[in-house]
Ligand binder design. Structure first.
Ligand code: PHE
Ligand code: FE
Length: 295
C-alpha cells in the first residue's frame, strides 16, 4: 500500500470552501477530524428518529431497485444487512476488507480533493457521518451517510470495480499535477456516480448518485426521455460537461466492469493534452455514429 505523503490543513480547506460558496458554511463538524479528515463515526450518537429516517430511505430504494440496479450492487447490499438503521461502519469495514481489501473511513462531510484521492489510492472509502433531515428525503445537495454508504459501499465488494476505484484515486493525484482534474472529474461523475451497465436483461444501474436517489432510478431507464444512453468511450466522456442540478442528459453505458478497468488503464497524459485544445461537449451531445442504447 502507498503511504500518504501530503496533507491539507482544515484551515486551508475551510478557507477555500468559504471562498467558493460565498462563505456558506460546510455542513458537518470538522473540529475533531485528524489530518486525513477522518473522525469517529460515534454510532451511539444517532437518534432513533435518524434510524427511522434511514429505514424509510432504505425501503423506498428497495421498492425501486430490483430489476433496475445491477446484480453486483444488490447482492452486496443484501449481505451488508443495513436495512435496520444507520449501520456501524466498523462492521461493514471488516467484511469489505475481507472481500476486496477496502475499508470505510468516517469523515465529517466534503473533504479536499487531495485527501479524497489519497484515501481512494489507499483503498479507503470516505463515508460522511451525518444523515439528511426529513425535509431532504427526496433531494440533498451535499452527500450524506445514506448516499455515501448505501450508494457507494456495495460496489466496493466487486473486485474489478474496487481496483478501478483505487486506480481512479491514483489517477486523481496525477491529474492534479497535470491540470487534468476537470476532465477526470467528469469520468467519476459519469461512471462512479451515474454509470449504467449493459446486461442480458437490459440496462442496469451501478452509479451511486442514481442508486441513492428516488427519482433518477426510474428516470434513467425510462424509454422516451430526452436523455442519451450511449456506450462509454473514455476520451468522449472526459470531454463531456455534466448537470449537477437536474437529471443527467447523458448516461454512459459500460459492457462490463472489465471494460471500465481496461479503458482507463492507459496513461491519460496525452488525453489531457488533447482535451486542452478542444471545447467541452454540452451534456446533451449526440455525436455522429453514436447509438442510443435505450430503445
Ligand atoms: N490511467 C489513468 C492515468 O494515467 C488513471 C486512471 C485510472 C484514471 C483509472 C481513472 C481511472 O492518469
Ligand atoms: Fe458520491
Amino acid at each position: 500500500m502507498d503511504t500518504i505523503a501530503t496533507t491539507v490543513s482544515n484551515e486551508d480547506f475551510l478557507a477555500t470552501v468559504a471562498e467558493k460558496s460565498d462563505g456558506a458554511a460546510l455542513r458537518g463538524n470538522y473540529e475533531k477530524a485528524d489530518e486525513h479528515y477522518v473522525v469517529e463515526q460515534d454510532w451511539d450518537s444517532y437518534t432513533e428518529a435518524e434510524h427511522e429516517l434511514w429505514r424509510k430511505l432504505y425501503q423506498r430504494q428497495m421498492e425501486l431497485l430490483p430489476g433496475r440496479a445491477c446484480d453486483e450492487f444488490l447482492d452486496a447490499l443484501h449481505k451488508m444487512d443495513a436495512s435496520g438503521g444507520i449501520p456501524s461502519f466498523e462492521r461493514t469495514s471488516q467484511d469489505l476488507f475481507a472481500a476486496t481489501g477496502w475499508r470505510i473511513v468516517a469523515v465529517p462531510g466534503l473533504i479536499p480533493e487531495l485527501t479524497f484521492f489519497e484515501h481512494l489510492a489507499n483503498r479507503r472509502f470516505p463515508v460522511t457521518v451525518w444523515l439528511r433531515t426529513p425535509e431532504e428525503f427526496n433531494y440533498i445537495v451535499e452527500p450524506d451517510v445514506f448516499h455515501d454508504y448505501f450508494g457507494h459501499v456495495p460496489m466496493l465488494f466487486n473486485p474489478v470495480f474496487a481496483d478501478y476505484m483505487q486506480l481512479y484515486g491514483k489517477g486523481g493525484l496525477k491529474a492534479m499535477k497535470l491540470g487534468g482534474l476537470d476532465y477526470l472529474a467528469r469520468l467519476y461523475w459519469y461512471t462512479v456516480e451515474f454509470g449504467l451497465i449493459k446486461t442480458n436483461q437490459g440496462l442496469r444501474i451501478y452509479g451511486a448518485g442514481i442508486l441513492s436517489s428516488g427519482g433518477e432510478v426510474e428516470y434513467c431507464l425510462k424509454p422516451g426521455t430526452t436523455s442519451r444512453h450511449i456506450r462509454l468511450d473514455i476520451e468522449r466522456c472526459l470531454q463531456t460537461l455534466y448537470k449537477i442540478d437536474s437529471f443527467q442528459e447523458t448516461y454512459f453505458v459500460i459492457d462490463d466492469f472489465k471494460q471500465l478497468f481496461d479503458g482507463t488503464a492507459p496513461d491519460f497524459t496525452p488525453y489531457y493534452e488533447r482535451l486542452k485544445q478542444l471545447d467541452a461537449l454540452p451534456a446533451n451531445t449526440l455525436l455522429p455514429g453514436e447509438v442510443e442504447l435505450l430503445p
